[in-house]
Design a protein. Structure first.
Length: 460
């Protein structure tokens, strides 16, 4: 069989492993990669230069997509879809042979016990909470999708009674024809608009696929106070259950986590920081309650799980100042949430690559009395500083570099140390993508933690 792979990422690499070396492969990619296979059964087509900073799918030269005519099967990375649509319009024979690894998984997995999680923020935390709650209830669970292991890597191991939890991005759900047995639709806000989806409507429609193909035997868990989550949930033929409201999991007036009439524990006992995580906890508990009404399992997880890497993660304490890595927060709204998660005075690190988001709310929040100082970084640094000052921030409480992309993390942390006082929080929650100054949000967070830890060990 001749297999075409569009994009060379986590999903297509897993397809290469899954189908094996006995086939012929055509790989097309936006840019050259150091880890392309070098065997004789693989032919590589890529552009000669690194693509512009930003999301995949923004190439204008589509010549790397011209070599799939003889392929029996074509597997594409979700983020490649927009480029493919420029080259192969809807109805083109190309689409008769093209699918993603998720198509293959939904079609071939022996277990249909699939829980999918989508939304703008909180997907990873909620997916992990669900997986851990199910495991605490004695279930065999696989965690994958946009988090954890690629689905084709664990599909051969799955048994009929096992459970699969998938974090699903808008790229993966875009024009996707399947929905999981239990869909969890978290809150939505504008993200990736202009760069990939072009319109908010396109973004919302992509997310809608997590539940629009459900049957009467399925469930959709949604946030009733978020219009996008609520309206998308109405497309499901399954049982629609709200969270943060009855009969789903919610926090009652006494501050207890309650599901139906069952009290689980006090929200004061939650290990996750921030009121925003109440939503993630309630969404997770509501989903798991449809599988197993095991209050003990839910309690054990929410009182012990402290969060994922780069999500309000304590990186260290230096001279009485705590440093928190929230590099995963790449939208202005998540930066606001991170600021609100702490009562202490804060030195903020914000800025990066412009994703087309409205930054005015974040910049207004940076003028708050609890913000001791703001360090503006990245290509948007100067623009954001000006916007923050226009919204009331004291110019004397700001720092930026004329070339925001020339700052190193060592210099950024050194500036934070100069500005912070004992008892303060230094918070890396940029409200922006990392492109330009860092490889990705993980690289940004890892550099932040490494410099902080070096300071701890150095006694600075």
């Amino acid at each position: 069989m001749k297999i075409g792979l569009v994009g060379w990422g986590i999903e297509t690499k897993s397809a290469y492993r899954y189908f094996g070396a006995e086939h012929q492969y055509i790989i097309g990619n936006e840019e050259p990669c150091d880890d392309f296979p070098t065997t004789s059964n693989v032919t590589i087509y890529s552009l000669t230069e690194k693509r512009p900073a930003g999301l995949a799918g923004n190439a204008t030269d589509l010549s790397y997509l011209e070599h799939y005519d003889g392929c029996d099967l074509i597997i594409y990375q979700g983020a490649s879809r927009k480029n493919l649509e420029k080259k192969f319009p809807e109805g083109h024979p190309f689409w008769d042979r093209a699918k993603t690894t998720l198509h293959i998984f939904f079609e071939q997995s022996v277990s249909k016990n699939i829980i999918g999680v989508t939304g703008t923020k909180g997907k990873g935390t909620t997916s992990t909470l669900i997986a851990r709650m199910l495991e605490a209830s004695g279930k065999k669970v696989y965690l994958g999708g946009n988090i954890g292991v690629a689905v084709l890597d664990f599909m051969p191991e799955i048994s009929y009674d096992d459970w699969v939890v998938l974090e699903l991005s808008s790229f993966q759900l875009y024009k996707f024809p399947y929905s999981p047995h239990i869909a969890v639709h978290l809150m939505m806000m504008p993200e990736h608009i202009e760069e990939w989806h072009k319109t908010m409507e396109d973004y919302v429609l992509a997310k809608k696929n997590i539940c629009s193909h459900q049957t009467r035997d399925d469930f959709v868990i949604y946030l009733p106070t978020n219009d996008y989550s609520s309206s998308n949930a109405q497309s499901s033929d399954g049982t629609q259950i709200p969270y943060m409201a009855s009969p789903g999991a919610r926090i009652n007036q006494e501050g207890e986590l309650v599901i139906g009439t069952t009290s689980i524990c006090s929200s004061k006992d939650f290990k996750l920081l921030g009121v925003h995580n109440h939503q993630n906890i309630c969404a997770s508990a509501t989903a798991v309650w449809q599988v197993t009404k095991n209050a003990d399992a839910i309690r054990n997880v929410v009182t012990s799980f402290s969060g994922l890497e780069h999500r309000l993660e304590l990186a260290g304490e230096v001279d009485g100042v705590k440093y928190y890595d929230d590099s995963f927060g790449t939208t202005p709204d998540t930066a606001i949430v991170a600021m609100d998660a702490f009562s202490e005075n804060k030195v903020m690190i914000v800025g990066g690559h412009d994703k087309g988001s409205d930054m005015s709310g974040m910049c207004k929040r940076l003028a708050g009395g609890d913000i001791r100082h703001t360090i503006f970084i990245g290509s948007t640094g100067e623009v954001l500083r000006t916007l923050a000052v226009e919204n009331g921030a004291d110019p004397a409480k700001t720092s930026y570099h004329e070339d925001g992309n020339s700052w190193t993390m060592v210099e950024i942390i050194a500036e934070a140390q100069r500005q912070a006082k004992k008892g303060d929080i230094v918070l890396l929650s940029t409200g922006s993508a990392s492109f330009g100054l860092f490889k990705d949000y993980k690289d940004r967070g890892n550099q932040f933690k490494a410099v902080v830890q070096a300071s701890v060990l150095g006694g600075k």
